[in-house]
Each structure stands twice: as structure tokens, then as C-alpha cells.
Design a protein around this ligand. Structure first.
Ligand code: HEM
Length: 369
């Protein structure tokens, strides 16, 4: 194959079109793929190309967020890269509709020759999960083995297998976006105080105590409103709202986290709550936009998985997957995966702006009034 010219390249040289267009021949069994199989191969390949770009964008965003101090002006860049990731995922969602033009019988005509190949072995999707920071406990809960181990077992010594293993290994050695984001959130100035300030522990303690107190008042009022409406009795509403009150305190004090890491996580969570609660403050404009785009991203990933499983059910029903899983049942269990759990949890405990404790050091956040 002629190497592309480095100067004055043609369109086909610049894009490596001759190579790209020679990669859809399917298995080397001498049989030209049917139109249905060609479609199946191309849809998968296009997804993998998008995964390649998503990984690059995520790593750039992760590197910028993991700096020991993130300058204010670099947050828009992080947001821009994550927004592109969101747009790509949104765009790929339409590809499931293209896939659905394959009828169950069209697929059955060539399905058996794929076994044991399956999207379960998409090492780029696993890299994506790893770079984002998916806790492996999510996969364990899905009940179909560890995909990382499956990839390692299947890889053998083939060039493709060695590459798959190496890429997973490299991704596992990297810092992930969730941890980088947590470190950045840990440094959030809360009520004008940063973690390096001498009185920060006390500031944090009063922030939590005042927030829990405001939450108690707000929930007591809500119980009365529910009771007056008559949908549930005030006593029943109170029982449920008391749970939210306890959840608020447990979340902010990070009682679910091992003691060694508790203080750090507690401050990071208070950081999320502070940014979300006082999100209109000028200094918090970019931080809240960053949190918003991360929530967009996670929501889109859940929708991406949801769209995949509905397409799968339409094409193969409830039969076993070519990768050996229970198929739709397994895929449905992956819809519970969540990475940025604190960003979701904070939504349960937010207060209306009118019920928030007073803001200290408003001028620090660019609020002059
Ligand atoms: C007719 C089309 C498709 C069918 C019937 C199908 C079916 C399945 C099934 C049954 C699984 C579960 C694992 C197994 O036992 O095989 C799976 C996993 C997966 N598929 Fe598909 N799939 C299709 C198209 C695609 C496409 C176009 C992509 C794009 C890359 C894709 C990506 C994935 C991924 C990443 C997983 C792993 C999900 C996880 O474990 O979290 N699939 N697929």
C-alpha cells in the first residue's frame, strides 16, 4: 500500500481511505458479506471510531481537571471537551435506529458465525468506563463476570488481543475523571474558606450544621404541605422526610466512606452542595457549568445503554448473547451503573434558594451586593 504523501496530500491520502475502506470484508472465509452484514460491521466500526475520539477528549478534560490547582480560565476548555463528548454520544444514539433496520431474521442469517465475538469485548468501551472512573462493583452487581478478565482471557497472543490487553492495562494505571473531579471539588472555597485555611474545619462544621438545620425546617414545612393536601398524612410524610434529613447529614459527613478518606470526601461533597446551592454567584458560573456537563454526560451514557438494550430486544428478543450473557437481562442490569454518584445524590437534598443558610463572604464570589 502506498504511504500517504506528507505534503500536498489528496483527500484519499489524508484520510487513509484505501485502508479504511478495505476493513469491511468481515471474516477471512472468502465469503463477501451480505448488505445486512456489511451494515452490521459498519455500524459497529463507526461506534468504535467515535469511542476513539471520546477517549481522546476525556483524557484532555481529565488532565486539565487533575492539575494541582485548576486555573479559572481552564474550566471553559474542560467544559468544551466534555460538551463535544456529549454531542458525540447524542449523535451515536441515532445509529441504534440504523441498526434496527436489521430484522431478527436478517441477523439470524449470519449471527452464528460471530460467536463468541460481542460488544462485551469492546475494549474501547471498557477504557471509556475506566477513564471516567466506573467502580468495578457496578459490573460485579450486573452478574455476568468481569469483562476485563474476559478480554484478558480471550486476548491470547494475537496482535489485536495484545493491543486490547495493553490498552486496558494502561487505562487502569491512569487517574480517572471521577477522582480528578473529586480532588478539584475538595478545593472548592466554601463560605469563603479553602482547605488550606487554618479555620477551615470549623467553617465546614458550621456549614454542615446550618445546612442540616435549614433542611429540618424545610422538610417540616413540606410535611405540613403534604398533610394539608391530603395525599399522604402529615405523620407519614414526616417519616419519609426524616429519612431525607438523615441522608443529608450522612452524605455531607460521608459516613459511608472509610475513615481514612472520609474527611476529604465530606469536603468534596460539601463543595458540590455549595456550588449547586449558590450557583448564581459569578465565581461559581464555570464550576456549576462543569458539574452540569458531567451530569449531562452520565445521563447520556445511561440513555446510550438504554437505547442499545431496547434495540437488542427488538433484534434478538430474550435469547442468549453471542458473548455468552443472558442478553437483554444482563444489559438491563447495566442501566444501574453510575459514576458521579455525589452529583446525583446532591439533587435529593437541595433546598430552594429561599431556604438556604445565609452566604458568608459574598464579595469573595464576585457578588458585590
Ligand atoms: C444487532 C445488533 C446488536 C445486538 C443484537 C447486540 C447484542 C448485545 C448483547 C446480547 C450484549 C450482551 C453481551 C453478550 O452476551 O453478547 C451486548 C453487549 C454490548 N454491545 Fe451490543 N449488540 C448489537 C449491536 C451493538 C453495536 C452496534 C454496538 C456498538 C459498539 C454494541 C456495543 C455493545 C457493547 C459496548 C456491549 C457491552 C455492554 C456492557 O457490558 O456494558 N452493540 N450486545
Amino acid at each position: 500500500m502506498k504511504p500517504p504523501s506528507t505534503t500536498n496530500p489528496t483527500y484519499w491520502e489524508y484520510l487513509g481511505l484505501d485502508q479504511l475502506l478495505s476493513l469491511q470484508d468481515g471474516l477471512p472465509d472468502g465469503e463477501e458479506p451480505s448488505a445486512d452484514e456489511l451494515h452490521f460491521i459498519i455500524v459497529h466500526q463507526v461506534f468504535e471510531l467515535w469511542f476513539k475520539l471520546v477517549l481522546k477528549e476525556l483524557r484532555i478534560a481529565r488532565d486539565a481537571v487533575s492539575a494541582s490547582s485548576v486555573p479559572e480560565e481552564s474550566i471553559p476548555t474542560v467544559v468544551r471537551h466534555l460538551q463535544r463528548v456529549c454531542k458525540i454520544i447524542e449523535h451515536t444514539m441515532h445509529q441504534w435506529a440504523v441498526m434496527e433496520t436489521l430484522t431478527p431474521q436478517d441477523f439470524l442469517a449470519f449471527r452464528d458465525k460471530l460467536v463468541p465475538a460481542s460488544g462485551f469485548q469492546s475494549y474501547q468501551l471498557r477504557e471509556l468506563e475506566i477513564v471516567l472512573g466506573l467502580d468495578p462493583a457496578n459490573r460485579e452487581a450486573s452478574g455476568f463476570g468481569d469483562p476485563i478478565r474476559v478480554i484478558q482471557d480471550l486476548a491470547g497472543n494475537s496482535p489485536g488481543g495484545l493491543l486490547a490487553k495493553q490498552r486496558i492495562k494502561d487505562a487502569l494505571a491512569e487517574q480517572n475523571l471521577a477522582t480528578a473531579l473529586e480532588d478539584w471539588l475538595y478545593r472548592t472555597p466554601i463560605q469563603g474558606s479553602g482547605p488550606e485555611d487554618a479555620t477551615d474545619d470549623e467553617t465546614l462544621e458550621s456549614f454542615i450544621a446550618e445546612y442540616v438545620c435549614a433542611q429540618r425546617d424545610h422538610l417540616a414545612n413540606q410535611a405540613r404541605v403534604y398533610g394539608a393536601q391530603g395525599t399522604v398524612s402529615e405523620a407519614d410524610a414526616k417519616v419519609r422526610l426524616d429519612i431525607t434529613l438523615q441522608e443529608t447529614e450522612d452524605f455531607l459527613r460521608a459516613t459511608d466512606i472509610a475513615p481514612a478518606k472520609r474527611k476529604r470526601r465530606s469536603r468534596a461533597r460539601c463543595g458540590v452542595l455549595f456550588i449547586e446551592s449558590y450557583r448564581e454567584l459569578p465565581l461559581l458560573a464555570w464550576p456549576r457549568t462543569l458539574l452540569d456537563v458531567v451530569v449531562d454526560l452520565e445521563e447520556l451514557l445511561v440513555l446510550f445503554r438504554t437505547r442499545h438494550v431496547r434495540m437488542v430486544e427488538r433484534v434478538i428478543g430474550r435469547r442468549m448473547g453471542t458473548g455468552g450473557s443472558s442478553g437483554v437481562d444482563y444489559l438491563e442490569s447495566t442501566l444501574k451503573y453510575r459514576i458521579f454518584t455525589d452529583l446525583w445524590m446532591v439533587r435529593t437534598i437541595l433546598l430552594p434558594a429561599s431556604a438556604l443558610p445565609a452566604l458568608n463572604s459574598a464579595e469573595y464570589y464576585g457578588f458585590k451586593a
